[in-house]
Design a protein around this ligand. Structure first.
Ligand SMILES: *[C@@H]1O[C@H](CO)[C@@H](O)[C@H](O)[C@H]1NC(C)=O
Ligand SMILES: *[C@@H]1O[C@H](CO)[C@@H](O)[C@H](O)[C@H]1NC(C)=O
Ligand SMILES: *[C@@H]1O[C@H](CO)[C@@H](O)[C@H](O)[C@H]1NC(C)=O
Ligand SMILES: *[C@@H]1O[C@H](CO)[C@@H](O)[C@H](O)[C@H]1NC(C)=O
Ligand SMILES: *[C@@H]1O[C@H](CO)[C@@H](O)[C@H](O)[C@H]1NC(C)=O
Ligand SMILES: *[C@@H]1O[C@H](CO)[C@@H](O)[C@H](O)[C@H]1NC(C)=O
Ligand SMILES: *[C@@H]1O[C@H](CO)[C@@H](O)[C@H](O)[C@H]1NC(C)=O
Length: 457
């Protein structure tokens, strides 16, 4: 990277003298640092409110946008003009109370893996486009790897109080990845064509992502690992293939592992796999006003896959979700069969769920994955499923499962109790009364249901 000594040509007029002294150093070509004015002389309201102490704070008690030092970097000139060194420099500069701004109408290309695990109180405002290169050979040799479902990512975000927001785009440039993956399966043990996750936090506390468009991830769009208090608000996630012969496979909207506190509000997801799908050890989940199109649904799990390992999902409230043209609506899945794990799914409420043209509007599967009833009876699930509510689920199925609109299949001899359905009004294009299937559930479920062998299909 070419660096020139630039001393705040534009910024100086706004900067206080002490700030200039602090920041007088070499900064990359095209970058700038602007320090806010903290002088009460020019802002009498600060005096009356007690100077620094009286200042407005964000929800984590940190400075709000206008009181932050602002860092900018040069934009890329074309899709191979990698600015990742500048980006990393700017993240370090903005860390501890500052803001990095990627400006509207500009493109910033990332072509190198980035370790951003050291953050503490940073705002990253993305009004332009942050785009990853699609150099498959590079990324497959250079990434961050996670054992869980053999996941890789371009970058890792970790630390505390991280806000990423704006009107811009984070673009995973996934088309070439999806084309290259055509014909492969992610869960195939022989698959070695790993594809990066677009956004990943690890060991992060207090992360807010707001307003952005997360576009065309090569694989899962978001994955949160051992993190606490993740909030997404007003985000659009899309993964749409322009190649008629390839699908944007495994582009899940949201996945998590060992996470406490996961909130998704006012978000739209248009991808080729799960819309929202917390994985093992996720608790305190809130989803409100979510729209999903063409997805595999809002799915708790699967959990209980790995022998000897305890997994859980607890305390989830999912409200006002619209699911169109997908495989599933509201779904819970836990493994059964030989050589699986154990744990529980507890206290999950789905409320006000609108489905249209959905194959399986309501699914509870305690004989995952594709375990038939004989094998499931011999090796029942050791994941207890308790206190699950489906309230006000309405709309239409696709008719792919005949008149069945809800399928609640528990393992014989397993714990599956406190399952409650209320105000279920889903019609099938096959006509006639809809069917709700239930197997091996303890207690009354609140609606009439029939065993599998009496249902369509
Ligand atoms: C997690 O992050 C904290 C700081 O936020 C750090 O002290 C700790 O070492 C990190 N843990 C791991 C396992 O990286
Ligand atoms: C679409 O994907 C297929 C499968 O990978 C590939 O053979 C083909 O070249 C792609 N088409 C275009 C226009 O890139
Ligand atoms: C429900 O979510 C939709 C977005 O899918 C939103 O337009 C609508 O306002 C929400 N309804 C309520 C009552 O918040
Ligand atoms: C929903 O997804 C279907 C494909 O599954 C697509 O044809 C349609 O354009 C999408 N609708 C919207 C509003 O994005
Ligand atoms: C889930 O948490 C339990 C208990 O803390 C732990 O033993 C287990 O390894 C975790 N599961 C995963 C998949 O990390
Ligand atoms: C169930 O989960 C909700 C959050 O969705 C929480 O407020 C409530 O306290 C939980 N109930 C129990 C008994 O843990
Ligand atoms: C159930 O699955 C097992 C293992 O795949 C298979 O051997 C058995 O024939 C299946 N039984 C039925 C009734 O399909």
């Amino acid at each position: 990277m070419k660096s020139l000594p630039i001393l705040f040509s534009v910024a100086a007029s706004l900067a206080s003298a002490s700030a200039i002294a602090l920041e007088s150093e070499r900064i990359p070509t095209g970058a700038s640092i602007t320090v806010p004015r903290h002088d009460p002389q020019f802002d009498p309201s600060l005096m009356s409110r007690g100077g620094e102490q009286g200042k407005q704070k964000d929800s984590w008690g940190n400075a709000i946008e206008k009181d932050r030092k602002k860092v900018t970097i040069r934009a890329s000139k074309h899709d191979r003009d990698d600015i990742s060194d500048d980006f990393l420099w700017a993240i370090k500069k903005a860390n501890h109370g500052g803001l990095l701004h990627l400006e509207k109408g500009k493109k910033y290309v990332i072509g190198k893996k980035l370790d951003l695990s050291f953050l503490k109180d940073i705002y990253v405002k993305i009004d332009g486009e942050l785009k990853f290169t699609n150099d498959i050979d590079y990324w497959q040799a250079n990434n961050f790897y996670y054992d869980f479902q053999k996941s890789i990512t371009f970058w890792v975000w970790g630390g505390e109080d991280i806000k990423i927001y704006g009107s811009g785009v984070i673009n995973g440039n996934g088309q070439k990845w999806w084309d290259g993956f055509a014909g492969s399966e992610i869960l195939d043990p022989d698959n070695e064509y790993y594809r990066p996750i677009l956004f990943l936090t690890d060991n992060a506390t207090n992360v807010e992502v707001k307003g952005l468009h997360l576009k065309d991830s090569p694989c899962w769009t978001n994955f949160f690992v051992r993190s606490n208090n993740i909030v997404f608000d007003d985000v659009y996630i899309s993964a749409v293939s322009t190649n008629a012969s390839t699908l944007p496979k495994n582009t899940d909207g949201f996945d998590s592992l060992n996470v406490a506190g996961l909130t998704v509000l006012n978000t739209r997801v248009n991808v080729g796999d799960d819309c929202f799908s917390p994985k093992p050890n996720t608790s305190d989940i809130l989803v409100r006003n979510l729209w999903c199109n063409g997805t595999h649904g809002v799915s708790m799990g699967s959990i209980g896959q790995y022998p000897g390992v305890l997994d859980y999902i607890a305390n989830a409230h999912i409200e006002n979700v619209t699911l169109l043209n997908g495989e599933n609506g509201a779904r819970l899945k836990a493994w059964a069969g030989p050589d699986v794990g154990y744990g529980y799914i507890r206290n999950v409420t789905y409320k006000d769920i609108h489905v249209e043209n959905t194959d399986n509007p309501i699914v509870l599967d305690q004989c995952y994955f594709n375990i038939n009833s004989t094998v499931c009876a011999e090796n029942p699930s050791q994941v207890d499923i308790t206190d699950i509510k489906f309230i006000n689920v309405y709309g239409t199925s696709s008719g792919k499962k005949g008149r069945v609109v809800a399928d609640l299949t528990c393992s014989p001899g397993a714990t599956c109790s406190g399952i409650h359905l209320e105000d279920i009004d889903i019609t099938s294009p096959k006509g006639g009364p809809s069917q709700i299937v239930c197997e091996n559930i303890q207690g009354d479920i609140g609606v009439d249901c029939i065993p599998k062998n009496e249902a369509d299909n």
